[in-house]
Structures are given as C-alpha cells and as structure tokens.
Design a protein. Structure first.
Length: 722
C-alpha cells in the first residue's frame, strides 16, 4: 500500500481550511443538498480520492440510494445507484455495523467482499463511513483511490474524513429539524471535480496542435464517456464528422464500440486510474488498438490502427447481451434465499440496466396465476392478474403456457384485447417474459416502461437472459422456502403453545430462530405445572442446526416433562434420567439443560445444571446476579454423570431469567463477561411487565448479519401476595 507523503501534516492545520472553503463554494440549489455535495467534493480533493459517493437510506430503510457521485464512470452509475441494505459491499456494511469500513486493496476486497471483487476486479482502495442523524444511521459516504495512489490513512486523511462526516451529519440533522430534509432521490447527482488552476493559453493551443498533427486518433472523454474533443483521424475511425460526434457518448455513437469489451476497459481505467488497452474490429474490417489513459477528470483515448484485418465480427459489433450486467446480476443473486429477495434484486438490476419502471412475477399453480412479488405496480393491477386462469385468454397466461416472450412497444401494439387489464398503471410499453422453473414453463415476468419503448434485438436477448437467471433463482428460493417453512413448523410445534397459569407466578417466554440460511436449531423451554404453588421450569439447547437437532429436542423435552412430574424426582434426578435417554438413543448430539423446581409456598427453588449458562436472579428492588449452580456435564456424554442440586431463595418480587447462549454469545467476547453484561442489563431494566422485559433483553442480543444460533428466553416472577 503506497504512502502519500504530503498527508503527514496534522488535521488541525489544514482540515478546517478545506472545510471552510466549502462554505464559500456553494452552487445554486437547496442549501443542505448543495453543502453536502460541496463537502463530498472537497473531501475527495483533500484526500486525493478520485471517486466519491453519497448514499442515504430510503423511507423503508431497505435500500441505499446514491444521492451524489464524483468520478464514477458512467456505465457503473446505474449498477451501483441502488444497494440493498443487506448487500455485501462496503457502503452497506458501514450502515449495518455503524462503523467505518476500510478495504486497502483488491486482495482484501476479494477476501471480504468476493462478489464485489468479481464484478469490479480493478486495483483500488475504498473507505466507507456511516452517517448518523438523530441517533440512527441514515446512510454512508464512500471515497476511492487508485492502488498506486492509495493513502496510508494517517492522521490527516482520517481527520478530513471525520470533519467531512461531522459536517454532513450536521447538515442532515439541521435539515431534519427544520423540516427540510433533503429528499432521497432515485437518481444521483453527478458532481464536477474542483477545477485545476488555469493553464497557460499558449500551452493549451500547443496541445491542440500536437494532437491534430498526429496520424493516430486522439479522443478526449469525460467520465460518462462523452466526447469532449477529437482530431480528424479519430473522426475518420469513428465514422462521423467531428461536429456530429462532439458531446455524444462514444459507445452509443460508434457501432463497433457498443459491445462490453470497450466499456469494461473504460471502467477499468477510471476506477483503477491505470492505463489499459483493448483491440477492436471496426465496421470496415480493420483492427484498432484503443489505449485508454485516465485521470480523475476523464480519459484520453488513443486509437492506433494495426494494419490487421479483423477476423469475424469479434467484439466489433454489438453483443447479444450485456455481459457485465449479467455477471453483476448472477453475483448478486447468489445471496438471494427467498422469493422476495429475488424479486427485489432483479427489479433493482432491471431498473438500472434496462430502464424498467415496474416489474411483477406470476407463477402458474393449479391452472391459475399467483402473484409472487412485484415492484412499482399498483395493488389494483396485481389484484386483476392474481387468480386469473393460466390459459390463452391473457397474454400472461399465453407466455406461461408457450414459453414465448411477448413485447409491446406502445399501446397501439398492445391493442384493445389486453389494454383494459393494464390501464390502472398507465404504462406505455411492456415485455412479458417466460419463466422456466426446473425445466417447466410455469411463470411469467412482466416488466413495464412509462414511455413507449423500442425493444432492440440485443435488448430482447438481454431481457430473456435476465428472466432465465431469475427463473433459476426463483426455483431455488421456492424450494428453500418450502423446506425452511417445514423445518420451522416442526421446530415451533415442539415448543409449548402457551405457558400454564400458576397462582402467584408471572411468566413470559420468547423464542427467536436463527437467521434464515443457517438451518434450524434445538433450543427449547418448558414450564410444567405441578400444583397450585409449584412448577418445574426447564430450558435447554441441543447441539446442531438441522432436523435431527429439532427432533432430538422434542424427545428430550418429552422425557423431561414425563420425569419432572414425579413428586420424588429432584432436578438432579430428572437430568440423570434425561442423560440416560440420550445415551440409549445412541445419538452423536449433545444437549445442555437447566432445570428448576419452584415452590412458591416455601419461597425457594431447587436447581441443577447440565452444562448450560447459569440463570439470572434479580432480587426485589435489587441487582441481578448469576446463580452459581454447580455445573454437571452435557447430557449424552457420560453414563455415570451426576448433577448436583442446590436450593436458592425465591422471594416475592424476585425475577428469574433462563436463557440459551444465543442471547449472549458473540465472537471475541468472554462468556463470563457476556453473562455479566446481561445481568447488568436486567438490573438496569427495573420493574416492568415481563413481556416488555423480554423484548428489552432481546434488544441487547449481539447484533450480527448472520445470527448463527437460536435464542430462547424464559422469565419468571414471584408475585407478592395481595
């Protein structure tokens, strides 16, 4: 990682200078928005970053929408303009974790964010910083450097970032307090870098003369690919007069530059700030070497004919689909587990890559259409389609039956037969795409445009490819949801539906399954009524996250329930019997368990422990502390295991908390410290209804993107007698 020597001066000497200057250079527009943009531009300039981006969460806190960008190549703006909050990229991780994310190089990017490294395999460094407004994370902002100029992130860089973050948060907070929060817009603003000092006029004229005298083609492009200058040899190669080409996007103006090859090299040059090249065949059949030389303001394109004849059409002609867009979608779909996630990811991608305004997905089941998900369509229109026969009476049914896509560029092409069903949303163009799930034509994806739209052959091929990838992802998601629902139904059916009512005892229980995708667990709890003033409380955790763990949990719970009702069986005896059961079952799974016998008349409980976290006891009006129960081994290990029983006072007003390790365990945290922290939280919570206390205790559980363990919580309070 390269150092930047000029960045060693302390922040206080120059940091306030760049920030105060931003107040003097404020463009026209809403004050908060303009000041945010200026702060981003000046922070990028001060740290040497060539790309800067500002993101804010949408109203539902589900999508990060790019609000402003500086230096990002045009072909990438659409792809990175919308980021799902759960996406694996630095900008979203900074929002989820509420902390700065620094990725120094491509190797680190590939390790931590493999999907992003696959899509953007360029050498750069990136820093993402969260933005807080009113105590919550409202967005993030990003700076990027080329690897050759990547900073060490010393005191100066971090000081600039801290000052810029503080300024952005102040602007957002002030606007919110004044009721003028900058609106979260779907389209980002493209910002202009701060101008360099004016160059000598004579030097500029000499540079133009130098380029015009060359026999090679010389083209100047801005960051969006617009032609800002070209000499006569370049115009000849590009097939147009200089005046006709100026201002146009080069890959839209020139047919042999429309394929993915040139745009990929353009992205590589701008993001990595490194020279690159590619060979392309012109429409006339000759080969041209395109050499791209970038800087933060644009790209100098040097076109050199090699004298060779282009073979075939290679990359000289438009590709049948946009390869980069398909790779981007393929990478993002790998993390989609549910139907909703698939629909959201594909709709986000189609909106960016194809300009789609609305999308809906229908599945044919039992001869009728069922809406799986949508984005942008009205509820009225979805209701009209949902439940319709999947036959030839509707274009949706036709596509689902035949597997042939239908395209309507405007209402005239649609005709009178199908228009009435689509009228509520006032769209002007539609594509009906078939979905093939497991080699069966069983669904249709509808995409719509607000303006008449001409579907080119290349775009039709792209939409067909996108729908094919979506169909495969939907197939996986439907199968996953079916298995996941069945597994969770089994698991929840083995837990008590409701806790018994016992005079003098207030109870509450909470169960939170592990994050989808990690399997189901074996956490369980139970409360068994013995008589009017006595009960048995039990909580446990079977090792593993699969159906076997859930099934064993049911057997253990049943065995404990049967033995615990014996009036002569103390907690230690019940655990010994459960231990023998697990050994008889000859399972490879182990179980932790904590069992208490409560006697409200004696104002005490007896307890035994089989390798489970200790219960917490909060005395009336006092502090909560762990009950130091002598631990025995896990159930299912030692046939001769003993489980000592101890008795503990349980005064009226006292609260007992039984929990599984999912509530406290976190990477790098000592278990004793985690238990002490939970006890402190129980103390601080004070007197409140147990159902509210349970929610408060769940709120302090370790926050992770993928919670790998279930959480079970059982709360018991000895009520004072009236």
């Amino acid at each position: 990682m390269a150092r930047v020597g000029r960045r060693e001066e302390p922040m206080l000497s120059r940091g306030t200078e760049w920030l105060s200057a931003s107040h003097r250079l404020r463009p026209a527009g809403p004050p908060a928005t303009s000041a945010l943009d200026e702060t981003l531009v000046r922070a990028a300039r001060a740290t040497g970053a060539h790309i800067g981006m500002l993101y804010l969460l949408d109203a539902d806190d589900e999508v990060l929408l790019m609000q402003a960008q500086l230096g990002l190549p045009g072909p990438m703006i659409g792809q990175w303009g919308r980021l799902r909050a759960e996406a694996g990229v630095p900008a979203t991780v900074a929002v989820r974790k509420g902390e700065r994310v620094w990725v120094p190089d491509l190797e680190e990017l590939a390790r931590r964010f493999p999907a992003m490294a696959f899509l953007v395999p360029y050498h750069f460094s990136v820093l993402a910083t969260p933005l807080r407004v009113g105590g919550r994370v409202a967005g993030s902002w990003v700076l990027m450097w080329s690897s050759s100029q990547a900073p060490r992130l010393g005191a100066y860089e971090l000081g600039v970032v801290d000052e810029a973050t503080r300024r952005m948060q102040e602007l957002l907070t002030e606007a919110a307090e004044e009721g003028q929060r900058p609106s979260v817009t779907p389209q980002p603003r493209t910002l202009t870098p701060l101008p360099s000092p004016p160059s000598d006029v004579g030097r500029s004229l000499a540079a133009f003369g130098f380029a015009d005298r060359l026999r090679d083609g010389c083209v100047s492009l801005d960051l969006n690919g617009h032609i800002t200058y070209l000499n006569d040899p370049a115009a000849a190669l590009l097939g147009g007069a200089p005046t006709a080409l100026l201002g146009r996007v080069v890959w839209e103006a020139v047919d042999w530059l429309r394929g993915p090859t040139f745009k990929e090299r353009f992205r590589h040059a701008v993001v990595g700030q490194q020279p690159t090249f590619c060979r392309l065949g012109t429409s006339g059949g000759t080969t041209v070497e395109a050499r791209l030389h970038p800087d933060p303001s644009g790209v100098s394109l040097h076109l050199v004919t090699t004298g060779q004849t282009a073979l075939g059409d290679g990359s000289a002609h438009p590709q049948p689909h946009h390869l980069h867009e398909l790779l981007h979608l393929a990478a993002t779909l790998t993390r989609a587990l549910t139907v909703r996630q698939v629909v959201e990811l594909v709709s986000d991608h189609m909106m960016a890559a194809c300009g789609v305004q609305s999308m809906a997905v229908f599945l044919a089941e039992a001869g009728r259409l069922r809406a799986l998900g949508s984005h942008g369509f009205s509820r009225e229109l979805l209701d009209r389609f949902d439940g319709l026969p999947a036959d030839f009476s509707t274009v949706t049914g036709q596509v689902a039956r035949t597997g042939e896509a239908r395209y309507f560029g405007d209402r005239q092409e649609m005709g009178d037969r199908y228009q009435p069903a689509l009228d509520p949303d006032d769209m002007q163009a539609w594509a009906f795409l078939p979905l093939s799930l497991s080699d069966r034509l069983t669904g249709t994806c509808i995409v719509a445009f607000q303006q008449p739209h001409r579907f080119t052959c290349a775009e039709r091929a792209t939409l067909t490819s996108l729908s094919g990838m979506m169909a495969q992802a939907l197939d996986r998601a439907l199968l996953y949801e079916a298995k996941d629902n069945a597994a969770h139904c089994l698991q929840t059916s083995l837990l008590p539906r409701r806790l018994p009512e016992i005079d003098g005892l207030e109870t509450a229980a909470r169960y939170v399954p592990a994050t989808r995708g990690v399997g189901i667990g074996g956490d369980f709890y139970d409360l068994i009524r013995l008589h009017d003033h006595a009960a048995v409380a039990v909580i446990g955790d079977v090792q593993g996250h699969n159906l076997a763990a859930a099934a064993l949990m049911g057997q253990v719970r049943t065995a404990i329930h049967a033995t615990a009702t014996d009036p002569d069986a103390d907690p230690g005896t019940v655990l010994r019997n459960a231990n023998r059961l697990l050994l008889d079952l000859d399972t490879d799974l182990f179980t932790s368990c904590l069992l208490l016998h409560l006697d409200l008349r004696l104002r005490a409980f007896s307890v035994a422990n089989a390798g489970h976290p200790p219960p917490l006891l909060r005395a009336p009006g006092g502090v909560a502390e762990p009950v130091d129960v002598p631990p025995g081994p896990l159930l299912g290990i030692d046939p001769d295991a003993e489980y000592p029983t101890m008795q503990v006072p349980f005064s009226p007003g006292a609260v007992l908390a039984l929990y599984t390790d999912g509530l406290i365990e976190a990477p790098g945290v000592y278990l004793g410290d985690a238990i002490a922290r939970l006890a402190a939280h129980l103390t601080k919570a004070g007197p409140q209804p147990l159902h509210s206390l349970g929610e408060a205790m769940l709120d302090q559980a370790p926050a992770t993107e993928q919670r790998g363990d279930d959480i079970a919580l059982l709360l018991l309070k000895h009520l004072p007698r009236p």
